[in-house]
Design a protein. Structure first.
Lengths: 375, 375
């Protein structure tokens, strides 16, 4: 039996509630697979880790994450750990991304079930068929460039949006690999602000050269970030396929795209330290790609503890974990199919379960139960 | 008679077509006013100026703009002046903003007529009542900070997002003045990325202090830029009032908000070198605030020369010019009312004129005719 270590960071707020449903799903996969075993290890991270150890990312957690094949996370933060305090849960997240070299953030924005179209803020004609995968560079740019805080004896502060050729090359390769998971391959839309920024001119040049040299078969176009932010509202299907962009633009645009499917509770994300493996876990040359998987929603302190949060984003994150880090595409697909069935309207043969974020009253655990049952 | 100089930069593509309708409207104002005269002076700017002089912003144009009380612009650029060429139309625009100190970009996103709700990509329930004024800092941040291009002997490029205390103070005051043009005053929403960026932490601190010291009566809240980009799609009314933000975030968010009203052809913008005057043009202590006014749409080379572009964005820009630079609020209001009547559905007592961008076949000139007639 092939065995994988998965670290589980439940985090704060609704984190533990949604993570425990995803853990049940992973346990079903592990128990029912004849040749793969998943070893799940819980660790402290975020606000709860600050409370217990004074640090959002304790050394023991970091160590376990470094040794793991993949990490499943819930959400961190809450009003208890204030934006102005010196030690903050987000620092743990930024620190973990950097320490593990998780340079590729992958966020699909699509409809887990067609039945959810009604929940989009966009008109059905605009939203229907939206299927975008945003790939955001995650450990470069203004997030990690040299910065100067406002000091007592001066009157300026700055951040540096900096990119190097290898940083852009490797994220471009991830975009290419993801584009190639579809047949025909997905088009790649690179987003920058090359009419103004030097870092964007480097970005565009390197994206063009890398794809021309290494993936000449892929389709590539370029959109300015201001224009992209319009298109995502006005005609998002124009950007169907793979969007690849730098850290700060990706932060803004991936959040923008993520509200199209109607509830943040539905969407997963992955942060990888390399291009996803295309080989199957059981092939002899397979090596896991380390990655961190989390729903895109926050810790939602207002509803924490009530058992009403939507676990679908976390369960789909677990599916991404199986696909991108562990080479277990068939199980990932089975989970996604089960989720679709649970969300589909009854008239489409689904169970039409709706949690509070979708105006329903189904509980977190009932969603987990039903997905496990369908699996 | 009080006399004002207005420079007119028609620019490229559909620029001349839409500007000539706005000019007609300004001429009506000038001719019918007993105590105000507008002197309109056309000048070369953008691609057409490159063709004629080799420069997008010729010295004579810059000089005229410096001496003018206000500037009305169409749009610049087109495929003829390529992104990769050394001299580009946008350089003229960035240069003009900097040379005139136009630090405050003001872009309303609202429905010029309720009858346009059907054209929004958002569901009517989400779009109805959206009334946002985005105030973007226009000559600071990454647009004008120190930058390094990728060189032949290195492998990085960078831009510097830099802000100083006075830069943030003055844009905050513009936001406050605009908030005070409504009664009760509009709430101010400051947008930043203070959980990551040093420049955003300076931004937030200065916005808070400036408003507390100088405008303690105004309501202020803070939203992170990623969250703001979600809210603008999912629940934009939450940001009704005044948004104030730095240059790059403002570029992205103002474009995002501007597609809510359904057509880019409808929306005006202003770029000011100071807080708008609240005094009337005829009061003895009135001084004009220099400003550049333009529709938010581009030069649309695909439809240029056909006489089918929507001139409403430019005509509403002329209204903003009268209000913010020349202290002629009553004429601005009259133009906005006339535009509303021309756009309102017939069942609401309007003329229901629809240009091509709104799926109709009314021509540019017919819109101008009708607005002049209503005036
Ligand atoms: C919490 C914050 C630092 C983080 C980011 O900006 O990267 C978050 O917005 C995200 O997108 O994961
Ligand atoms: C043309 C470009 C340089 C400009 C900008 O980014 O400021 C434009 O997008 C705008 O918003 O006026």
């Amino acid at each position: 039996k092939k065995s994988f270590r998965v670290v589980v960071l439940s985090g704060d707020g609704i984190g533990p509630e949604v993570v425990s449903e995803a853990v049940r799903v992973l346990e079903v996969v592990s128990a029912s697979s004849p040749d793969v075993e998943l070893k799940l290890e819980p660790h402290l991270f975020g606000g709860c880790a600050i409370d217990a150890t004074g640090q959002p990312l304790p050394e023991s957690t970091l160590q376990a994450c470094k040794e793991a094949d993949a990490i499943l996370m819930g959400s961190v933060g809450g009003p208890k750990w204030d934006v102005n305090s010196k030690v903050r849960p987000e620092q743990g997240l930024l620190g973990l991304r950097k320490a593990l070299g998780l340079y590729a953030n992958i966020r699909p924005a699509n409809f887990a079930s067609e039945s959810l179209l009604a929940y989009s803020p966009l008109k059905p004609s605009v939203a229907q068929g939206v299927d975008i995968i945003v790939i955001r560079e995650l450990i470069g740019g203004a997030y990690f460039g040299e910065r100067k805080e406002l000091g007592p004896n001066d009157d300026t502060a700055y951040d540096t949006m900096i990119y190097s050729i290898p940083e852009v090359q490797r994220i471009t390769r991830v975009a290419a690999q993801i584009a190639l998971t579809s047949n025909p391959p997905l088009p790649i839309h690179s987003i920058d602000k090359a009419n103004v920024l030097a870092s964007s001119r480097l970005w565009r040049k390197v994206v063009v050269e890398t794809l021309q040299n290494e993936y000449p078969q892929l389709k590539l176009d370029h959109t300015l970030v201001d224009s992209a932010s319009m298109i995502i509202v006005a005609n998002p299907k124009k950007l169907n396929g793979v969007i690849v962009t730098e850290n700060l633009f990706g932060d803004i645009l991936s959040d923008e795209a993520s509200v199209i499917p109607g509830s943040l509770g539905l969407l997963p994300s992955a942060s990888l330290a390399g291009a996803p493996s295309v080989a199957d876990a059981l092939s002899p040359d397979f090596k896991p790609t380390p990655g961190l998987y989390e729903p895109i929603h926050g810790s939602a302190p207002d509803i924490a503890g009530q058992g009403i949060a939507n676990p679908v984003g976390t369960i789909l994150s677990a599916a991404m974990l199986l696909r991108y880090s562990l080479g277990l595409n068939r199980y990932a697909q089975a989970i996604e199919d089960a989720v679709r069935k649970v969300l589909d309207d009854k008239e489409k043969g689904g169970f039409e379960l709706r949690t509070a974020d979708l105006g329903g009253s189904v509980k977190t655990k009932e969603i987990g139960d039903k997905i496990v049952e369908v699996l």
